[in-house]
Design a protein around this ligand. Sequence first.
Ligand SMILES: Cc1cc2nc3c(=O)[nH]c(=O)nc-3n(C[C@H](O)[C@H](O)[C@H](O)COP(=O)(O)OP(=O)(O)OC[C@H]3O[C@@H](n4cnc5c(N)ncnc54)[C@H](O)[C@@H]3O)c2cc1C
Length: 436
Amino acid sequence: MTQHGFHAGQSRARRASDDADVIVVGAGPGGSSAAYHLARAGLDVLLLEKSTFPREKVCGDGLTPRAVKQLVGMGITLEPADGWFPNKGIRIIGGGVRIELDWPELSSYPGFGLVRTRRGFDEIVARAAQGAGARLAEGVTVTGPVLDEETGRITGVIVRDTGDGAAGGERAYRARLVVAADGNSSRLSLAMGLRKRDDRPLGVAIRTYYTSPRHDDDYLETWLELRDGNALLPGYGWIFGIGDGTSNVGLGLLNTSASFAHTDYRAMLRSWLATMPAEWGFTEETRIAPVRGAALPMGFNRTPHYTRGLLLVGDAGGMVNPFNGEGISTAMESGEIAAQVIVQALARPDQSSTELALQGYPQALKDAYGGYYTLGRKFVGAIGHPWFMQFATRHGLPRPTLMRFTMKLLANLTEPRGGDAADRVINALSKITPAA
Ligand SMILES: Cc1cc2nc3c(=O)[nH]c(=O)nc-3n(C[C@H](O)[C@H](O)[C@H](O)COP(=O)(O)OP(=O)(O)OC[C@H]3O[C@@H](n4cnc5c(N)ncnc54)[C@H](O)[C@@H]3O)c2cc1C
């Protein structure tokens, strides 16, 4: 026993009325990663998910080396025989140019990415959390917070069973801390008064699947320019082979674009695909899924990331990378960072020092992404102007050194220490740019 009356390395004795040490709302990649790391540290975690696995999520299904690193860190094996389709890098198309850039070889990140549909992916990550000891409850929808009347602090959540055959009655679960990992709309954050910031970028994207001979493409193909004949369409597009006979094809637009509010995304997809060679097979006959859309909340578009017992992880905290629309790795990384902060906070002997530790979470996120995301917001401000994209695709793409630099910048893949000239320039820029 320590002088504070509890064993070192253990959380403080749980309040008698609590159902867990920590409740995590949402078992997407962010929530499952948080739950995994909390459970590994010995905390009792309740992971609540409104749907039942396997379930779909509208996504491009592309995993960069940052996401691969997170999966490896959770002990998930990534064998192609188990449905993981590896890729070597990205192919960028625009300005009449087509360039393939391999993922950089770094000591900090693996040199390969993956594609896997979210139908399988999210369940694998959730089961890893369960395997580490988290208690996963599927078909359980969180309808609101339980609040301490005096302090306004969240002390638990109200839930309703929504799985097959559920009776539908409401009940409460209580814990000392709650993690909101409930995605872009994050009802729980809203109920705690945390709205989206309209001074931050937001993307909207749609995607669908086709059977295609291009299914085994081992580069993630990104189109910086979409055209309908000679006309330039707003937005960017992607074609990601899944390796199982199908490809994920989609396009997106940022709210910095003048066309954002009045775009018919499905018509734009049809126009863009009509310009492609027939043998690629992206036609109505080979489309095997509905065209679905969703939002990409970018560059910290919901803050603060900690308030009154609630920590925001992943899309709930607007953590999609504004440079490239990648949100899976940042959801998983923020889940791990949140878990590290919580483990330290709950081991503190009194409420005021617990609170002090929790205040470290927004700071840790700013340290990890703040300067880089500020740069990203300037970047999306610029790419919202068609002249910038035209200039960049015409003059930037043909220059391999510049494009390799751009690749490291867009995918946030640099060595934290040392590295080459590009690593040092990007790290220095991220450091000197304020994490507003
Ligand atoms: C069209 C499109 C393409 C994209 N392509 C890519 C890509 O190729 N690569 C990439 O890295 N990122 C991509 N993204 C971004 C990526 O999908 C998200 O950033 C990522 O899913 C965020 O993970 P998350 O765990 O924070 O949230 P989510 O994945 O949204 O998970 C939230 C979970 O919470 C659950 N939930 C919600 N409300 C409740 C509730 N009240 N009670 C209980 N559970 C609840 C949901 O069912 C869900 O399981 C794309 C996004 C879009 C829209």
